[in-house]
Design a protein around this ligand. Sequence first.
Ligand SMILES: [Zn+2]
Length: 321
Amino acid sequence: MLKQLFLIFSILTLMPLSVQAEVSKKGPPLAAEYQADKITDAVYVIHGPVADPGVENQGFMNNPAFVLTDAGVVVIDPGSSVQTGEMVIQKIREVTDQPVVATFSSHIHGDHWLGNQAIRQVWPDAKLYGHPNLISLVEAGEGQTWIELMLRLTEGATRGTTVVAADIPINDGDSISIGGKTFAIHHIAKAHTTSDIMVHVVEDDVLFLGDNAMNARLGRIDDGSYKGLMSALNKAIEINSKYYVPGHGHTGGKEIAENFLLLISTIYEAVKIEYENDLTDYEIKPIVVKQLDQWKDWQGFEHGIGKFVSLAYIEVEEDAF
Ligand SMILES: [Zn+2]
């Protein structure tokens, strides 16, 4: 008995120390091999796995990109952790010796920008651009929430990641010139989140959509708005760019934005009709799903579509008053 008690006591007192040691140790580099896909002579995209952040992908699942300019490299969305940021730097190094001079963060979700830390560790003077709402949300603690979420989802693989967020505000209509490239910024409304920017690299005619559009992945609209997202996507289509880079999934042409707009507007309009028929969101879901056959195989559809319908219902209801 005494022996057992001693054992329990030992475990209880020793555990916090070992957990602490584990937490302070940095997580391993990304195990899988990723490639940077050349979109134009100057623009590369590392297409991440179309999946939720988890143990298998060590949290990496967005589309980090980099743009070569005469003044150095500009990174768009350096990824979900210090480890992902380091992988991005490695991919840049395979193409150029130039330093990274700036990053753009497409929105507040940490899977897109926590990799800033790796950039700043190597290039302390790199300018980190983001929407003012991103900057204020990070000041309110949202960055730390994302650090903890990533640690939980990856079972600690992102250990060592700290909050290094955009600190230079940019907004709709801004145009940043870096080494002969023009980065035109578009922010339409609360769309995927309140802090989205779409970045158009004018000379290469590549539009970075952030999570305002995804390809083969449903994602989430929890922090966004249907009507705002539809406006943002209409703007993206109007820009009539040659290439469209979604926040997740493969790069393509204008059809990337058009297809996501069709998905979002189909959900919204179907919910609106059934709301007017006095159905509850629970009753509406199967009716809406029937109209979404072309997207039913997208990653996260089965798990996430109920929430999309509920949120559309809330938005339709708000608009009715
Ligand atoms: Zn997002």
